[in-house]
Design a protein around this ligand. Structure first.
Ligand code: ZN
Length: 395
C-alpha cells in the first residue's frame, strides 16, 4: 500500500523516540552526551552546527555509520527540522542500532532556543576546486588545507632555494609568505632562480617573487621585507611567522638564523647547495638538534666557498628548495617524519641520496643545557675572528 510522506513520518514517530533540544543541551553540559550525528548537507553544516556533533550527510549515513558508532551506542540524529533525521533513524534501527533518538525540531529549534552553536571555518567553492588534490589526501584534507591557509612562512632570501620553495608553498595554499631579500634580480640569477624573469632584472627579488606568486595564487598574502636580515631585525621578523626557511648562501646568516630560531622557538627548514651537492635538514628548537649541534663552529673561510665562487648546477636548488617546502608543509600539518635529526645529502652527479644521523648535543653552545644564547658578530666569527677550532665541514 502506497504511503504519503506524512504517513511515513507518522509511522516513524511511533518507533523513534524524540529528544528535546533543552534535554540535549543539559546532557551536553553535564558531559553525559549521546553521540550527536548531524545528517544535513555540507552547505547547511557549514552555516553552523551543534558543538561536538559529527557530520555524516544523509546520503552517506548507511555506508558510514559502522565507522563512527557501534550498534549499542546511544545516538541522536539531527537535521534542520527533525524530519530527515526521523527517517534516517528508522533506517539505523533496521541496521540494528537500537538506541537511536531523533532531535525534535532539529538544528533550527536548537538555534532558536538560543543554544550555542559552532560555525566552522570552511573552504570556499573556489578553494575546494584549487586544492581538490590536497582534499583527497587524508593527511591534508579540508582541515589540513585550512591549517595551511592560516599558516605563515618566512623565506630568508628569494634566490636559488627560495624560488622553488616560495612558488610551491604558494601553490599549496600557505596563506602568508614573507620574503626577506634586499637584493635585486641579476641576469646571472636566472639560471636557477626561476621565480624571477628576464623582464624583472633589476627589480627587488621580494617584489619580483610577489608578482610571480600573485599570478599563481592571488589569495596568498606576500609580505615583502626588502632588508638584509641582521641581529636587529631577525627576532621581530621571525616572531611574525610560524616557520622559517633558510634560503641563504652564507655562514654568518645561517648561524644567525639558527640562534634566532632557538630564541623564538621557530622551526627552521635548512638547506645548502654547492656545485652538484645539496644538504637539507629540519631544526626543531629544543626538540631535535640545531645547526650548531651539527656544526658548532663555522668552517674556515677558505674551506667554505660560496656558489658565487665555486658555482652551482642550476637544477640542484630546484630539488633542495622543494625539500625545504615539503618539510615546511609537513611540520605545519604535523604529518609524517621530518628531517629533524637527519642531514640529507644529495649528490646530483652520482644521483645518490645519503643520510647522516645527527643528535642533539647536550653541550651544544646554542641549545645545550648550559648554553647562554646571545647574538654575536657572525660576520667576524665566520671570517675567522674569535674562533677556537677550525675543523672543516664533514664530507
Ligand atoms: Zn644545538
Amino acid at each position: 500500500m502506497a504511503q504519503s510522506y506524512q504517513d511515513l513520518l507518522a509511522a516513524a514517530r511511533e518507533h523513534v523516540p524524540e529528544l528535546q533540544v533543552s534535554d540535549l543541551a543539559e546532557r551536553l553540559a553535564s558531559g553525559d552526551a549521546p553521540l550527536v550525528i548531524d545528517i544535513r548537507e555540507q552547505a547547511e553544516w557549514d552555516e553552523g552546527h551543534i558543538p561536538g556533533a559529527l557530520h555524516v550527510p544523509r546520503s552517506f549515513l548507511e555506508s558510514r555509520i559502522a565507522g563512527v558508532a557501534a550498534q549499542d551506542r546511544e545516538i541522536v540524529l539531527a537535521c534542520a527540522s527533525g524530519q530527515r533525521s526521523l527517517l534516517g533513524a528508522v533506517t539505523l534501527q533496521l541496521m540494528g542500532y537500537e538506541r537511536v533518538l531523533n532531535l525534535a525540531g532539529g538544528f533550527q529549534r536548537w538555534k532558536q532556543a538560543g543554544h550555542h552553536y559552532d560555525v566552522p571555518q570552511t573552504l570556499s567553492p573556489a578553494q575546494r576546486s584549487r586544492y581538490s588534490r590536497h582534499l583527497l589526501i587524508p593527511e591534508v584534507g579540508e582541515e589540513g588545507q585550512l591549517t595551511l591557509l592560516n599558516s605563515r612562512v618566512l623565506m630568508i632570501g628569494a634566490g636559488a632555494l627560495g624560488s622553488p620553495a616560495a612558488y610551491y608553498l604558494a601553490a599549496a595554499g600557505v596563506g602568508t609568505i614573507g620574503i626577506v631579500d634586499d637584493d635585486v634580480v641579476d641576469m646571472s640569477n636566472l639560471q636557477r632562480q626561476i621565480i624571477h624573469t628576464t623582464e624583472r632584472v633589476g627589480m627587488n627579488k621580494g617584489e619580483s617573487a610577489k608578482i610571480a606568486i600573485e599570478a599563481l595564487n592571488p589569495e596568498v598574502r606576500v609580505n615583502v621585507h626588502p632588508v638584509r636580515i641582521n641581529r636587529d631585525n631577525v627576532l621581530d621578523l621571525m616572531g611574525q611567522y610560524d616557520i622559517v626557511l633558510d634560503g641563504t648562501d652564507n655562514f654568518p646568516t645561517r648561524y644567525l638564523l639558527n640562534d634566532a630560531a632557538l630564541m623564538t622557538r621557530t622551526p627552521l627548514m635548512h638547506a645548502s647547495i654547492l656545485r652538484f651537492e645539496g644538504h637539507a635538514s629540519v631544526f626543531l628548537p629544543y626538540e631535535g638538534p640545531c645547526y650548531r649541534c651539527l656544526f658548532p663552529e663555522p668552517p674556515p673561510p677558505e674551506l667554505a666557498p660560496s656558489c658565487g665562487e665555486a658555482g652551482v648546477l642550476g637544477v640542484l636548488p630546484g630539488l633542495m628548495g622543494n625539500i625545504q617546502a615539503t618539510e615546511a608543509i609537513k611540520v605545519l600539518l604535523g604529518a609524517g617524519e621530518t628531517l629533524s635529526g637527519r642531514l640529507l645529502i644529495y649528490d646530483a652527479l652520482q644521483m645518490t641520496f645519503d643520510e647522516l644521523k645527527i643528535r642533539r648535543d647536550p653541550h651544544c653552545p646554542a641549545c645545550g643545557e648550559h648554553a647562554h644564547l646571545e647574538f654575536r658578530d657572525y660576520d667576524a666569527w665566520c671570517s675567522g675572528v674569535g674562533r677556537h677550532t677550525s675543523e672543516p665541514l664533514p664530507a
